[in-house]
Design a protein around this ligand. Structure first.
Ligand SMILES: Cc1ncc(COP(=O)(O)O)c(C=O)c1O
Length: 583
């Protein structure tokens, strides 16, 4: 059974949970699979969500905004955006304060299954009664601390405080375990570090994955569905190319902007994915993973005072990267009705003065995919308002519709004058450890990014570039990609079927791409994502990522980039755990 639900004003504060970014509410529509048999909405807000009429579909609203015909600028072949780029004022107005809410940290309430008080002998990291912690100078997250017994062994790992937690309560099993017990505020000036790092936090997803590994190494039976990393080996053709490169002496400094073999292969590959549109290798900069590509773009385009819009829930690193450029991330909440995507109306209302927008499709953490029409509408919006779009298309090949997911590169040149497309081999080619990503940008931006990395990394690992060139350039590798995507699809179907059949009251975003399943847990008596994950890993040995990491702690992210056997065992545990919660 399906139902439509509606926006809530509180989505702003939910999104603000993500990495210190300012947050504002967006609007959108879609349908989520749900049934209220497990839990019905109890709060006023939840009741409103359940009864509100469905909103106008995004498709209708964007179709009203038609692009004016413009002559093509052959963006992809020539640095057609040069003038636009040079002329771009570096003074985007801040969104009006009425539309922005101050950044807020998530303050999870007492966990039903985690009882106790702060131990008088709690660790130094957690020892202050208020204000800032004594060791880190970070503001104390009091609500979270109040819900757990934290012992001396507590450590700070980025946003999450890992502590010894006594799990008790009515349904707890009374065990003591090392768990995330708090999400910390970022580094403050009191840390003694540069203001450059004032918002810096370790990636929560990486922290969780490391914790799952640590538990496994300690002999615990933990299934890790937290990591966003394919479980497949790197296909043999790129792997062999990497080995050959090392044996063949390609072990010296590479070309700083990326070796020509890789840039040419990437240009051809991106061209083929978009029906043969021209893509110029000279506009591509190769970096150490698409994460560095994203950093390069943000650092090149944004600076103090610039507002960068980020649809939320958002991948953990976007707000952090924007902060490192000393610009200001503004999270724009998507709506459950529309797979948590945002519309141009949301963007206009929320960030009228934005200088940039980071759009991820297929999306981590939701698995949602923007349609061609939606991408086009956003590109038109951005062109009209002179907003730079950073299109993170790293999951483009992992798409469960026909062909690769819709891309900005499917649009005509005149819509791409301020668009940078980020791509990489980590996900679809199972090459996370090779650390190769690319950014395709207007010429001046590409040259500026290359200059930037000439002083930071001197380019990406040389043998890895040759491996990536083989991945993108050798057609035979496409069969490996197709095989892996087919496997991801089977796993996605497994997860969706299990949730539909056995947890029909749980809402989730329809996963159309990437390898994530984003489901809602607040129907379990108002449980937060952090509480859900904490109790799940303690009692059932499954590691998932709380939505707090992405700016919305009503949700939890499950990664099905895991062996099918593990996934099946984990699903048994999750279903049993959730059914118990629903009792
Ligand atoms: C949305 C998104 N973008 C970028 C990256 C970075 O990928 P890499 O640096 O491995 O290319 C990730 C990795 O998890 C991601 O999920």
């Amino acid at each position: 059974m399906r139902r439509a639900s509606r926006a809530s004003a509180s989505s702003a504060s939910r999104a603000a949970a993500c990495s210190g970014a300012t947050s504002v509410s967006g609007q959108a529509t879609t349908t989520l699979a749900t049934r209220s048999s497990l839990r019905t909405a109890r709060s006023t807000r939840a009741a409103r969500l359940a009864t509100a009429p469905a909103r106008i579909s995004m498709g209708r609203s964007v179709r009203r905004r038609r692009a004016r015909a413009r002559p093509a600028t052959a963006w992809a072949r020539h640095p057609g955006a040069a003038a636009a780029w040079a002329a771009a004022a570096h003074s985007a107005a801040l969104a009006s304060s009425a539309q922005m809410m101050s950044a807020r940290r998530p303050t999870p309430g007492p966990s039903p299954g985690v009882s106790g008080v702060i131990n008088a002998h709690s660790s130094a990291a957690c020892s202050t009664a208020g204000g800032r912690t004594s060791t880190t100078g970070r503001p104390r997250s009091s609500a979270a601390f109040a819900s757990a017994t934290v012992t001396r062994s507590s450590v700070v790992k980025g946003r999450l405080v890992w502590g010894m937690v006594r799990s008790g309560g009515r349904k707890g099993n009374g065990c003591v375990a090392r768990l995330p017990v708090a999400i910390l505020s970022p580094m403050s000036p009191a840390s003694g570090f540069s203001p450059n790092l004032q918002h810096l936090e370790t990636s929560a997803t990486i922290a969780i994955s490391q914790e799952a590994k640590r538990r496994k190494a300690a002999g615990e039976d933990v299934i890790d569905l937290g990591a966003g990393e394919p479980d497949f080996p790197t296909p043999s053709i790129p792997a062999d190319a990497g080995v050959r490169a090392i044996r063949g002496g390609k072990t010296h400094y590479p070309a700083n902007e990326g070796i020509l073999e890789l840039r040419a292969a990437a240009a051809k590959h991106l061209s083929l994915l978009s029906g043969g549109r021209p893509v110029n290798a000279d506009n591509i900069v190769v970096s150490n993973g698409s994460k560095q590509s994203l950093f390069n773009v943000c650092f090149t385009l944004f600076g103090p005072g610039d507002v960068v819009a980020i649809p939320a829930p958002a991948w953990v690193s976007y707000p952090q990267i924007v902060h490192l450029a000393r610009a200001r991330p503004v999270l724009v909440s998507g709506e459950p009705e529309w797979s948590l995507k945002v519309s141009v109306r949301d963007l206009d209302r929320v960030v009228p003065g934005a200088r940039g927008l980071i759009l991820c499709s297929p999306c981590n953490p939701t698995g949602a995919v923007y349609t061609h029409a939606e991408i086009k509408a956003i590109a038109q919006w951005a062109r009209e308002r002179k907003v730079w779009v950073i299109a993170d298309e790293i999951y483009r090949r992992i798409h469960y519709g026909t062909g690769p997911a819709p891309s900005f590169l499917d649009l005509p040149d005149d819509l791409l004058e301020r668009v940078v497309v980020v791509y990489g081999v980590s996900k679809a080619y199972a090459m996370t450890g090779w650390r190769i990503g690319t950014a395709l940008a207007p010429g001046p931006v590409a040259r500026a990014m290359a200059a930037l990395q000439s002083h930071t990394t001197t380019g990406a690992n040389h043998p890895a570039q040759l491996a990536a060139a083989a991945a993108l350039g050798d057609e035979r590798v496409e069969q490996d990609v197709a095989r892996m995507v087919a496997e991801f699809r089977k796993r996605r179907d497994l997860v969706v079927a299990r949730f539909r059949q056995e947890l029909p009251g749980v809402e989730f975003v329809d996963p159309l791409g990437a390898f994530y399943f984003f489901f809602r847990v607040d129907s379990f008596g108002g449980l937060s994502g952090t509480e859900f994950c904490t109790r799940l890993v303690t009692t059932s040995g499954v590691a998932l990522v709380p939505g707090a990491a992405f700016g919305d702690d009503r949700y939890v992210r499950l990664s099905y980039a895991a062996a099918t056997d593990d996934l099946l065992r984990a699903l048994d545990r999750i279903v049993a755990f959730a059914k118990k919660l629903g009792d």
